[in-house]
Each structure stands twice: as structure tokens, then as C-alpha cells.
Design a protein around this ligand. Structure first.
Ligand SMILES: [Zn+2]
Length: 289
């Protein structure tokens, strides 16, 4: 394996985004959802130890049926590390395009190129790169299901909640969540909720972004406060920040397709995380809070 191959490859990440969208909407309770689950587990097995599914269920208010969902989890260097980082992204997609103009379209599921596939695409490629060039940190990759089931907040973040209820042992020191980071016009300001829960972590990560030339993509300024998978994780005592670009016009519409996203954006997020995880000494949130 050459050093060049060890680095995050944005074109491979892009292929992972396109591949997920090609399954069709990853709406829980559908065949496409199960097929994508199997694909994700096979990719996690290629790069991680202890690749597994975390199953959970939810009785959905929309149809009163019990929906089966699964987090897809894998680890690298988890047991022996001094610092453990959990990386999250949701792989399910919104069952209803609630931001569409017509009732007919609002009833359809979204393609979820950015809202779903983008964060997972980065994590799949990151795990390959980190396996080829391991860092001193332990990494757990958690592809969460049921983030966007809805329609209300009480039926969202379901996979993150299931994970938060049974935190692994040993426990992660902190978490980083990726959501909607594939926008071709990517700009990820600081989420105020993340700042309030893990100020030293988010400060250090944004400083790091600036030192590697990504200050314009990760500007050190507040964006809107975001409710996302990091809410139940922080409530469970796992300090977790959310990297999200919420200014995305096709959000929760049928137009959330790959042509609105770019390999360049996936590459920037991948470069940020890869270089962060290789930093020495690795960031320890407990000692710097
Ligand atoms: Zn969404």
C-alpha cells in the first residue's frame, strides 16, 4: 500500500454517495433500506474490526406499524487506545419530502443525496484511509438509522438514541457527527448547541481547519442552532459536535440529488477528519474542558 493510497480519496467517497442514492430512498421498512444496510455492513467489514448491526424497533405513528431499523457499527484500534473518538452519520432518508410545494410530492420519499448519503460516504472512505494508515486514536464509526423518520422530533434521532442508551464500553471520549456535508456550495459554521456542549473540542477542530487551509469552509462563526443526532448523545453524557451545512435549498425535497453535491466538498470534510485523527497528541476532551 503506497502512502498516496492511504489518503482520503474524494472520488472514492463520491462513488459511495452515488451508490447509496442508487438503492433508491433508504426509507425504513422498505427493501431498499435493507439492501443498503447489507451494503454498508459489507463496507464496514472491509475496513473495521467488530463490524456489527445494532438493531432496534419503533412503532411509527404514521402507520402504527413496528419498523425495524439498524445502526451499522465498526471499530479501529478501539480497545487499546488512550483516546477514543466516535464518528456518526445517518444513513436513513426522510420518508416524506415535506418541503415540496404539492401534497402529491410531499407524500414521496426523498433521494437523500446530501441528507443521508453524504456523511456516510465520507465515513466509508475515511475508514478505508485510516485502516491503511492507522492513527494512535481508537475510532468507532456509527452509521445511525432512523434520524429522519419523523414527522415530528419525537420520532427522529432514533438510532442515535438507541446507541446513547447502550454506550459502548470502553466509552468514547467524544463524538463528531456529520450531516448534510455534501452540498457543492459547502459552508459549515459552528453549531451553537455543539459549542455549548463541547466548547474546547469545537474550538480546537475549527482552529485545526484554519491551519490546513479550510477556514472558508469551516468559518469560526455561529450558524443556526441545529437539532440532530447529537442531542441524545450529549444528553447521555457523550460530548458530541455536529458538522452540518443547513443552508441547502433542496432540503427535504425530491431535488436532493447527487448533482447538488460535489466530490470536492466530501474531500474537504475527509481531509479535515483524517488530519485531525492523525494529530499528535490526539485531542483529549477531558483534560481541556
Ligand atoms: Zn433530514
Amino acid at each position: 500500500m503506497s502512502a498516496a493510497q492511504a489518503h482520503f480519496d474524494k472520488s472514492v467517497a463520491w462513488d459511495y454517495l452515488v451508490k447509496q442514492v442508487a438503492f433508491g430512498p433508504r426509507k425504513p421498512g422498505t427493501e431498499a433500506h435493507v439492501a443498503c444496510r447489507d451494503y454498508l455492513l459489507s463496507k464496514v467489514k472491509e475496513s473495521c474490526d467488530n463490524a456489527r448491526l445494532q438493531p432496534f424497533e419503533h412503532t411509527w405513528s404514521t402507520n402504527n406499524q413496528t419498523i425495524k431499523m439498524w445502526n451499522v457499527i465498526g471499530e479501529q484500534n478501539w480497545k487499546d487506545a488512550k483516546v477514543r473518538v466516535a464518528l456518526f452519520a445517518h444513513w436513513d432518508t426522510r420518508p416524506t419530502a415535506d418541503q415540496e410545494a404539492t401534497a402529491e410530492n410531499r407524500a414521496k420519499p426523498i433521494p437523500g443525496a446530501n441528507d443521508g448519503a453524504s456523511g456516510v460516504a465520507v465515513l466509508l472512505e475515511l475508514m478505508r484511509a485510516m485502516k491503511a494508515a492507522p492513527a494512535g486514536v481508537g475510532i468507532q464509526y456509527v452509521l445511525v438509522d432512523g434520524e429522519d423518520l419523523g414527522p415530528g422530533l419525537d420520532e427522529m434521532f432514533l438510532g442515535a438514541s438507541a446507541y446513547a442508551k447502550a454506550l459502548p464500553s470502553p466509552k468514547p471520549d467524544y463524538g463528531i457527527l456529520l450531516d448534510m456535508i455534501g452540498d457543492s456550495d459547502l459552508r459549515v459554521p459552528v453549531d451553537p448547541l455543539s459549542f455549548s456542549r463541547a466548547p474546547s473540542l469545537i474550538r480546537a477542530l475549527y482552529q485545526h481547519a484554519a491551519t490546513i487551509g479550510l477556514a472558508s469552509t469551516f468559518p469560526n462563526e455561529y450558524g443556526p442552532e441545529i437539532e440532530d443526532d447529537h442531542v441524545p448523545l450529549n444528553e447521555a453524557g457523550l460530548p458530541t459536535i455536529d458538522l452540518i451545512d443547513f443552508t441547502y435549498k433542496p432540503w427535504h425535497t425530491l431535488a436532493d440529488t447527487p448533482d447538488k453535491c460535489s466530490a470536492e466538498s466530501l474531500g474537504k470534510v475527509g481531509k479535515l477528519l483524517e488530519s485531525w485523527l492523525h494529530k499528535t497528541p490526539p485531542f483529549q476532551i477531558a483534560s481541556t474542558r
